[in-house]
Design a protein around this ligand. Structure first.
Ligand code: AMP
Length: 596
């Protein structure tokens, strides 16, 4: 096996990828990199997502850029906005030590004005979805006459999405003497035709098996405390506005319970398991196939009779004992040349099982952080912006009402109007995620020994756990980190505690729990009422506080959010401000580099 250095990768790039933890080249990189760096012929590479293909083309593309020339020199086309952002983000990471190279992702569904401003400032690498690029070309704001390298990523997917004509049009603006590289997960005839039409004596590399279904599957896991598994599931669903998934549970009871909770929380979900009659199961399967429901919670056995091709995710709500079952589950996604995602939501004790599955399937799971509320809201806003842009407007029908409605709303500014439209869609989500905590399992660090001077603090903590005279101190497992404040506590007590109203004494709200006093006679009633109640999706637990017990919980630190996206418009401003700027076409100045 060769090293990156032996493949000809320059030291500034090597330094960056070393920091990312790339030690040795992956097979696709070993084949493609030297070819792109030295040979003249074009390349067709059959490789799925997860094989390291982004670095295979990204590193040589970056190395071929002349930073002195402030014009587009490389063009990377990708079928979707998500992939576009992913590639942009990876290139930004790889070019960490190339300060003069600028990469710009351009894609539909985002402000074209801000993309135009960034283009005017000068970029050397454009990562684009075909439709948006054509739009920019037609407006005369992109000049591709200096482009010497073109990459078509996920070419088969671009064909599926009907982008052939757009690719044709784009390539007519790129000089003939370009180097071209095409990546595809499958090799339909059309791909061979494109290669023949546009490429110069292409060399073909095959990584892994040709047209192999399950190889398209990406394996991801989230690790949370057992009690947070359901919350993690909801966040994953909220983070994928177009989700169409099967959620596998081990038992019929779990299946029904998860489905019931999802339905109660307003999701289009249903259960499929052996306790249901054949007729009931048929109805559910039909609803799922027809997309009336988008989350199907199922046992392995019951799901056997269901054949659907285009699942976006398979979710393992816990891991099965048998690896074959996992393979079976995950093989339900990533079919028909599509990329699939198999997610496992696990608790820390399932790590061993995860490693075992990895060994058997010969693939590694990527650990991801549970999507943060900020990220979810951004994602959903994007989706809404997309829908607003794309909705079909029937002028003929709507026009007759426009005058009246406009008059009624004329007192609202454009800003207020948009605020209200957003609130219609987002109040539920914003309320739910306000102050929502981070729920990833934190691997425990060894405890430090207590120092002498910390003693008084411990006494203070003990005082906090001790009731005032005549009162009982009650513990409940929700705190400020959960958005649980005094008002919520009182409200909760009024709703869930049977019998006459409870008077509440001293309250101490901590990040992950709360302590409060109630009259001794009411203590039992309060504990019974609170335990098992639901606060914004969190199942409450309560007990009479033990002054000697340390209730502090490390995992309740508030999430800081992740800057997972390269899109500069997502910078620190609030989601609402972002949306307003976008709607005015005045999004924040684009800064195409993500620097860590
Ligand atoms: P991709 O197929 O480009 O989506 O890459 C799959 C994953 O492999 C990404 O998370 C990359 O960061 C990672 N990766 C790519 N190349 C290497 C390498 N040489 N060593 C370790 N990880 C890599």
């Amino acid at each position: 096996m060769k090293t990156f250095e032996e493949l000809g990768v320059r030291d500034d790039l090597r330094r960056a990828i070393e920091e990312l933890g790339f030690e040795n080249p992956m097979p696709v990189q070993e084949k493609v990199i030297p070819h792109l760096l030295s040979e003249d012929s074009d390349v067709v590479a059959l490789a799925q997502t997860g094989t390291g293909k982004t670095a295979a083309f990204g590193l040589p593309v970056l190395q071929r850029i002349n930073p002195e020339i402030n014009r587009p020199q490389a063009l990377i086309l990708s079928p979707t906005r998500e992939l576009c952002l992913q590639i942009g983000s990876d290139l930004a990471d790889f070019s960490k030590y190339m300060p003069d190279v600028r990469v710009l992702p351009v894609y539909g569904g985002s402000s074209i004005e801000s993309q135009i401003r960034s283009l005017r400032k000068g970029v050397q690498i454009i990562v684009a979805t075909p439709g948006r690029l054509i739009d920019l070309i037609n407006r005369g704001v992109v000049d591709l006459s200096d482009v010497h390298t073109v990459v078509l990523d996920e070419a088969d997917e671009m064909l599926n999405m009907g982008f052939l004509d757009s690719i044709d049009a784009i390539l007519s603006h790129v000089p003939e003497q370009r180097k071209m590289l095409m990546f595809s997960a499958t090799m339909p005839n059309e791909i061979a035709k494109i290669a023949k039409k546009y490429m110069h004596s292409p060399v073909e590399f095959v990584i892994g098996n040709r047209n192999e279904g399950a190889a398209n599957v990406k394996h991801i896991y989230y690790m949370v405390n057992a009690r947070d598994k359901y919350l993690a599931l909801k966040r994953i669903a909220d983070n994928s506005p177009n989700i169409f998934a099967i959620i596998f549970c081990r038992t019929r009871r779990d299946t029904q319970e998860v489905a019931d909770r999802l339905i109660q929380d307003g999701y289009n979900a249903d259960a499929l398991h052996g306790d249901m009659s054949q007729q009931q199961r048929d109805i559910v399967m039909k609803k799922f196939r027809d997309r009336v429901i988008s989350l199907l919670v199922a046992t392995d056995v019951a799901a056997r009779g269901l054949d659907v091709d285009d699942l976006t995710h398979v979710i393992n709500y816990g891991l099965p004992d048998d690896t074959a079952v996992y393979t079976h589950r995950s093989g339900r996604t990533g079919r028909a040349g599509k990329t699939g995602v198999s997610i496992a939501i696990i608790h820390s004790r399932e790590k061993g099982k995860l490693r075992e599955i990895e060994k058997k399937i010969g693939k590694t799971f990527e650990r991801k952080e549970v999507p943060t509320p900020e990220h979810i809201i951004e994602k959903q806003l994007y989706n809404l912006a997309d829908r607003i842009e794309k909705v079909k407007v029937d002028d003929g029908q709507i026009d007759q009402y426009m005058q009246g409605v406009s008059r009624k709303l004329s007192w609202l500014s454009q800003e207020d109007l948009l605020k209200r439209v957003l609130s219609l869609e987002f109040n539920r989500l914003l309320d739910y995620y306000r102050d929502a905590p981070k729920i990833d399992f934190i691997d425990e660090k060894p405890r430090k020994e207590k120092k002498e001077h910390e003693k008084p603090r411990n006494d203070k903590e003990k005082d906090r756990r001790t009731a005032d005279k005549g009162m009982a101190r009650i513990y409940v497992n929700a705190g400020k980190g959960d958005g649980f404040y005094a008002g919520n506590l009182i409200d909760m007590l009024n709703h869930v505690v049977d019998g006459k109203r409870v008077d509440v004494g001293r309250i101490d709200l901590m990040p992950g729990y709360s302590l409060f006093d109630v009259p001794k006679a009411d203590a039992r009633r309060v504990v019974t009422g609170l335990t098992g109640a639901d606060f914004l999706g969190k199942r409450l637990y309560s007990e009479i506080a033990d002054p000697d017990k340390n209730y502090a919980r490390a995992s309740s630190r508030k999430s800081k959010g992740t800057d997972a996206s390269v899109d500069p418009e997502f910078a620190p401003e609030s989601t609402y401000e972002y949306f307003m700027k976008k709607s005015r076409g005045g999004a924040k100045k684009a800064k195409t580099k993500k620097r860590k």
